[in-house]
Design a protein around this ligand. Structure first.
Ligand SMILES: [Zn+2]
Length: 542
């Protein structure tokens, strides 16, 4: 007994270099399951010829981490640096393994923009269990160890020796498997976003440096001239930005469940084949209000420029953004914006979260007796995951049983799908209510466009949620619903042939159409307008 106590009391002494090596090896072996799965797909461990490559991958990964971490690990800093890295690795590896999340710069932006409410749904019991095993326990062990002290000269010589040794081994192992690694990384560039914790650390550094540049500059206007050239009634153009609705689950697209029964009864245009600009809110929302779509996507151009809202404002429109989610991602910075829960008007709001019908109520309240051209964006909570069951009032729980866990891995696929489809059913009710309200307005030329920002994976091939790099993202994440409702008077006043619009709706469309269609509808003359992307332009008589 006394021997055991003695053993526990003894605190082994390790050098910062050895400590760093142990942590690097642990990261390679225990925090990168999803990365290894991908590598095993390329090199089956059952084939003897693969072993050299697999070992090469492991050695290379370990050495890259070792060499980089060692730069920051002195006798004083080794412990704090490694503690932070272990916490990052433990958190990141949970999401990579559970939801197949790739931590590229976009995903890091998503994590930084997540508000506490959204984060709360992701921090599940499963997450904390994982954090305990892969984060807290290793940290407790690490803190028990003693870091050896040497005179600074000895310490420096040691560090240089270990560092150079690491570099030599790194180059050696890189040369050994260079051919297969380089071609695989070229063909599967997204794999590097699975490498934990380097993926998060590198992407975070890139986001922080990029943001600094973008914040320094004043936003560049998209156009210096924008003139309203219409002469009919004031316009009321409503753009509803949907959240996380996949085209595959959209009743109007022929989904085997009728998830849009109310919209199906209304006279509107449905677009069955629409591609989103991104697979996350942070990419898609700014893109939907920019002239650059997915084909000529340029994230930094979008970030550096003003948005569609500024062009409309320049042309004299009243512009209003009403948000029922985590904000407009910079799109509405220079126009009036309000949050649903800031008003006492809306029903269905508890603890800072409102059902989306609050957006309809806010729209009604804000657009009474309009005298001026007005553009309103309604940003929905939509099908925001993983807690789909929280997105609709009880009355819309038609498909049962539903998954009531924030941790989707605790539910079967069918109950996840049921909760997800119920949220769409509620969204159908919300959109229909907005259309009914607009249809009653005779003093304005009203229209409503709805598009979801991106779709969602519901467990197909083990993939959940969204945010995969676009190139490898499945259709469920990139294919979104879009609808367009036009009042009789706007059709007449703008000379739009409705049957022409209907027949063209079947062809392929994307988020890029939104910007130009809205400028066309607003009858604004400006050089950023491209009629070839305006969904009405070729159906207009005048
Ligand atoms: Zn989104």
């Amino acid at each position: 007994m006394s021997k055991i106590v003695g053993l526990l009391r003894r605190r082994p002494v390790v050098s910062p270099e050895l400590l760093t090596l142990i942590v690097s090896i642990s990261f390679t072996l225990f925090y990168n399951a999803t990365f290894w799965e991908k590598v095993f797909e390329l090199h089956s461990p059952y084939l003897p010829g693969s072993w050299l490559t697999l070992i090469g991958y492991g050695v290379l990964m370990t050495l890259i981490q070792y060499v980089v971490f060692m730069l920051f690990a002195t006798r004083y800093t080794a412990k704090p640096v490694l503690v932070v890295l272990i916490l990052v690795a433990a958190s990141v590896s949970y999401f990579t393994a559970t939801y197949h999340t790739y931590f590229d710069t976009t995903m890091v932006v998503n994590t930084l923009q997540t508000d506490t409410r959204e984060a709360g749904e992701l921090l599940t019991v499963g997450f904390f269990k994982h954090l305990l095993i892969f984060g807290i326990l290793p940290i407790v062990v690490l803190l028990r160890l003693k870091v050896s002290r040497n005179r600074w000269k000895v310490a420096l010589i040691r560090k240089v020796a270990y560092f150079s040794g690491g570099i030599v081994l790194l180059i050696g192992s890189a040369l050994l498997i260079y051919q297969s690694v380089s071609s695989e990384m070229r063909n599967n560039p997204e794999m590097r976003y699975l490498l934990t914790p380097g993926n998060y650390v590198v992407s975070l550094a890139r986001v922080l440096t990029a943001n600094e540049n973008n914040h320094l500059e004043k936003k560049i206007p998209l156009s210096t001239e924008a003139t309203y050239v219409g002469d009919a009634k004031p316009k009321l153009i409503v753009m509803v930005v949907g959240e996380t609705v996949s085209a595959a689950n959209w009743g109007l697209n022929g989904y085997d469940r009728q998830t849009t029964p109310e919209l199906a009864k209304r006279d509107l245009v449905n677009y069955p084949d629409v591609n989103s600009c991104g697979t996350s809110t942070a990419v898609s929302v700014p893109c939907m209000f920019s002239p650059w779509g997915r084909d000529d996507y340029d994230g930094s151009a979008i970030e550096q420029h003003e948005s569609l809202l500024d062009v409309l404002k320049l042309a004299g429109f009243d512009v209003l953004w009403i948000d029922n989610q985590s904000g407009c991602k910079g799109v509405c910075d220079r126009v009036t914006s309000i949050k649903t829960d800031s008003s006492k008007l809306q029903s269905g709001c508890t603890q800072g979260e409102c059902f989306d019908d609050a957006l309809r109520e806010a729209l009604v309240e804000r657009t009474k007796d309009l005298k001026r051209n007005t553009f309103v964006v309604l940003h929905e909570m939509g099908n925001h995951g993983p807690s789909y069951y929280k997105r609709y009032p009880k009355a819309y729980e038609k498909f049962t049983p539903v998954c009531r866990e924030d941790d989707l891995s605790q539910c079967d696929t069918q109950s996840i799908k049921n909760a997800y489809d119920n949220a769409i059913l509620y969204n159908d009710h919300v959109l229909s209510g907005m259309i009914d309200y607009l249809a009653k307005q005779n003093t304005v030329d009203a229209t409503l466009l709805y598009a979801s920002d991106h779709g969602e994976s519901l467990g197909e091939n083990g993939v959940y949620l969204h945010g995969l790099p676009y190139l490898i993202a499945p259709d469920e994440q990139t294919h979104v619903p879009m609808i367009w409702w036009l009042s009789k008077s706007i059709l007449r006043d703008e000379g739009i042939d409705y049957s022409c619009i209907q027949s063209k709706a079947k062809s392929h469309h994307s988020h890029a159409n939104l910007f130009h269609t809205i400028l066309g509808l607003a009858q604004i003359k400006t050089d950023v307008y491209d009629p070839s992307l305006d969904m009405a332009a070729s159906c207009q008589s005048s």
